[in-house]
Design a protein. Structure first.
Length: 64
Protein backbone atom coordinates (compact mmCIF):
# COMPACT_ATOMS: atom_id res chain seq x y z
CA UNK A 1 0.00 0.00 0.00
CA UNK A 2 2.73 2.49 0.94
CA UNK A 3 4.78 1.52 -2.14
CA UNK A 4 1.77 2.24 -4.38
CA UNK A 5 1.33 5.70 -2.82
CA UNK A 6 5.02 6.54 -3.07
CA UNK A 7 5.41 5.29 -6.65
CA UNK A 8 2.19 6.96 -7.84
CA UNK A 9 1.12 3.68 -9.45
CA UNK A 10 -2.26 3.46 -11.10
CA UNK A 11 -4.80 0.76 -10.42
CA UNK A 12 -6.14 0.62 -13.98
CA UNK A 13 -5.39 1.55 -17.58
CA UNK A 14 -8.03 4.26 -17.33
CA UNK A 15 -6.31 5.70 -14.27
CA UNK A 16 -2.96 5.68 -16.09
CA UNK A 17 -4.48 7.51 -19.08
CA UNK A 18 -6.13 10.06 -16.80
CA UNK A 19 -2.85 10.69 -14.98
CA UNK A 20 -1.02 11.07 -18.30
CA UNK A 21 -3.51 13.71 -19.51
CA UNK A 22 -3.41 15.64 -16.24
CA UNK A 23 0.40 15.60 -16.12
CA UNK A 24 0.53 16.81 -19.73
CA UNK A 25 -1.72 19.75 -18.88
CA UNK A 26 0.27 20.47 -15.71
CA UNK A 27 3.60 20.47 -17.56
CA UNK A 28 2.26 22.55 -20.45
CA UNK A 29 1.04 25.22 -18.02
CA UNK A 30 4.43 25.27 -16.25
CA UNK A 31 6.26 25.58 -19.57
CA UNK A 32 3.97 28.47 -20.50
CA UNK A 33 4.89 30.27 -17.27
CA UNK A 34 1.64 29.73 -15.34
CA UNK A 35 0.92 28.35 -11.89
CA UNK A 36 -0.66 25.00 -12.85
CA UNK A 37 -2.68 24.47 -9.68
CA UNK A 38 -4.16 27.98 -9.71
CA UNK A 39 -4.87 27.85 -13.45
CA UNK A 40 -6.60 24.46 -13.16
CA UNK A 41 -8.62 25.65 -10.15
CA UNK A 42 -9.69 28.77 -12.08
CA UNK A 43 -10.63 26.64 -15.11
CA UNK A 44 -12.75 24.31 -12.98
CA UNK A 45 -14.45 27.29 -11.33
CA UNK A 46 -15.25 28.69 -14.79
CA UNK A 47 -16.57 25.31 -15.89
CA UNK A 48 -18.87 25.06 -12.88
CA UNK A 49 -20.23 28.55 -13.56
CA UNK A 50 -20.59 28.36 -17.35
CA UNK A 51 -20.49 24.69 -18.33
CA UNK A 52 -17.50 25.37 -20.60
CA UNK A 53 -13.77 25.01 -19.99
CA UNK A 54 -11.72 28.06 -20.97
CA UNK A 55 -8.91 27.64 -23.52
CA UNK A 56 -5.36 27.16 -22.27
CA UNK A 57 -3.84 30.55 -21.46
CA UNK A 58 -1.11 31.81 -23.78
CA UNK A 59 2.53 31.63 -22.82
CA UNK A 60 3.73 34.48 -20.67
CA UNK A 61 6.60 36.67 -21.82
CA UNK A 62 9.76 35.95 -19.86
CA UNK A 63 11.54 38.87 -18.25
CA UNK A 64 15.02 39.57 -19.46
Amino acid sequence: MILRKNSQSNRSDRGARTQAVLMSIYRTLRLRGHDPLQTIADALRTYLQTGHLPPLPPATVADG
